[in-house]
Write a protein that binds this ligand. Structure first.
Ligand SMILES: Cc1ncc(COP(=O)(O)O)c(C=O)c1O
Length: 438
């Protein structure tokens, strides 16, 4: 590593200081801590691709509404656990306008970020049926959800969807579901980290199998509308954000405000339970949580116990942002398109310097340019690539953190500044010059 822009000894010392045993396997937060230390010591700014933070200013309409709500004094009163009425109504309208899915306001519930939504939904799903004690993740996925399963002490199985797109997905899913122990199927769409997007055919397969095997589909829409190959931005006008909700009523949707409204800091997302699932009675669940239905278990047992609702002022912010989107005043897709533009340039720089895109296509079409993409470098494992790039001032996480069976890394574009593209190109040239012959 004769030409690396960073002193290897400094990076190694910081790895030691943080007691990271294998830096290639480090978690997102470990990489964040390491890079912060190295930047502080060396003054060299990294090209930071490890963490999925928004990187754009928050939607102003949300900020204004939240300030207004605070001025009115909402901070002093506990919010209603299942959400303030205007938020619930705007959420149901949003689902109708941008997904063409009917759901009642009652079934739209604010949560402390999608993180709390998945935490409580995983917990409920884990107890719906004594015989079904295992969740199934369609990977690659968002690593923290596996941590949630670990914290909850719940079982899960996973498979990498890389080789199972289209009709092959049916065969693979049935392999797991036919064993009879699966209570839920979990995935994100667009996918974190691969940015693959399931098409209607694949969502139909998931929905049909959820009905056949009575499994709850947990559809994580953290990147709602962000498959920029199509325009999902017009309320009430097709095309709509594709969803499994078209094919089954056995679903929970998670709509995060963190990326579409750049509102991550206020920790206010939405969980949307189908009306049918909300009122469904599961005898085992009733025994475990002493609550009549799936919906009441989530709201009055789990959300009540965990946080007693979601920040009151942030709910007003989210209600206002949804209202602005619903009325066509605020085009939330246009606001975040900058991510796609950055991804396009960054992918090109990497590919020109010997890298390859790992998850390259959606059933034959090139994947969209969005919030994340995946990369490999010939002859290197994903873990080696994470480690080697760190010496070249580029940080990312390895794909094996995400349940992928492919060798590579996840690159997140949000934190990388366009002014850094020149520096990124320089560092990639140096990297490629060092490693291409080996
Ligand atoms: C797929 C996925 N789900 C959920 C989240 C977390 O969302 P929130 O900030 O609403 O808790 C993220 C954040 O990066 C994500 O990528």
């Amino acid at each position: 590593m004769s030409n690396s822009p960073l002193n290897k000894a400094v990076v190694d010392a910081k790895i030691k200081e943080l007691r990271i045993s294998d830096v290639g396997k480090a978690s997102i937060r470990e990489i964040v801590a390491l890079v912060n230390l190295v930047e502080e010591e060396t003054g060299v700014k990294y090209i930071r691709m490890e963490m999925g933070v928004p990187g754009l200013p928050p939607a102003q309409v949300g900020v204004d509404a939240e300030i207004e709500a605070l001025k009115k004094g909402v901070a002093s009163s506990y919010p209603i656990i299942d959400g303030i009425k205007p938020l619930k109504e705007q959420a149901a309208l949003f689902v109708k306008n941008f997904m063409n899915v009917e759901v009642s306001a009652k079934s739209c519930i604010p949560t402390v970020g999608s993180m709390q939504g998945t935490f409580s939904a995983f917990l409920a799903a884990g107890f719906v049926d004594k015989k079904k004690d295992t969740a199934l993740f369609i990977d690659p996925g968002f690593p923290v959800q596996k941590q949630q399963m670990m914290v909850l002490g719940l079982k899960y199985e996973t498979f990498d969807v890389f080789g199972f797109r289209g009709e092959k997905l049916r065969v693979k899913l049935e392999e797991f579901l036919s064993k009879g122990n699966i209570n839920s199927i979990i995935y994100s769409n667009p996918n974190n980290p691969a940015w693959i997007c399931f098409d209607e055919g694949e969502l139909q397969i998931i929905g049909e199998l959820a009905n056949k095997y009575d499994a709850i589909v947990m559809e994580d829409l953290a990147y709602f509308g962000m498959d920029f190959r199509r325009d999902f931005s017009k309320p009430g006008v097709p095309p709509y954000q594709p969803s499994v909700a078209k094919y089954t009523n056995n679903y929970v949707l998670f709509i995060s405000s963190s990326k579409i409204f750049s509102y991550a800091g206020q920790r206010c997302g939405l969980m949307v339970i189908s009306d049918e699932l909300y009122i469904r009675e599961y005898p085992d669940l009733q025994k475990r949580f002493e609550s009549p239905t799936f919906g009441t278990t989530i709201v009055l047992r789990l959300l009540y116990s965990i946080s007693s609702g979601t920040s009151h002022s942030a709910q007003w912010a989210l209600a206002a942002m949804l209202e602005a989107a619903n009325s066509g005043k605020f085009n939330f897709v246009e606001e975040v398109k900058a991510y796609g533009e950055k991804a396009k340039v960054m992918k090109k720089l990497f590919v020109e310097n010997g890298f390859e895109i790992v998850y390259k296509t959606d059933l034959g079409d090139p994947i969209a340019d969005g919030f994340y993409f995946t990369l490999s470098y010939p002859g290197m494992t994903g873990n080696q690539l994470v480690e080697n790039l760190l010496y070249y001032g580029i940080s990312a996480i390895a794909l094996d953190n995400t349940g992928s069976e492919e060798e590579g890394i996840r690159a997140c574009v949000s934190f990388v500044q366009t002014q850094q593209f020149g520096e990124l190109e320089n560092r990639l040239r140096l990297f490629n010059a060092e490693f291409q012959v080996k």
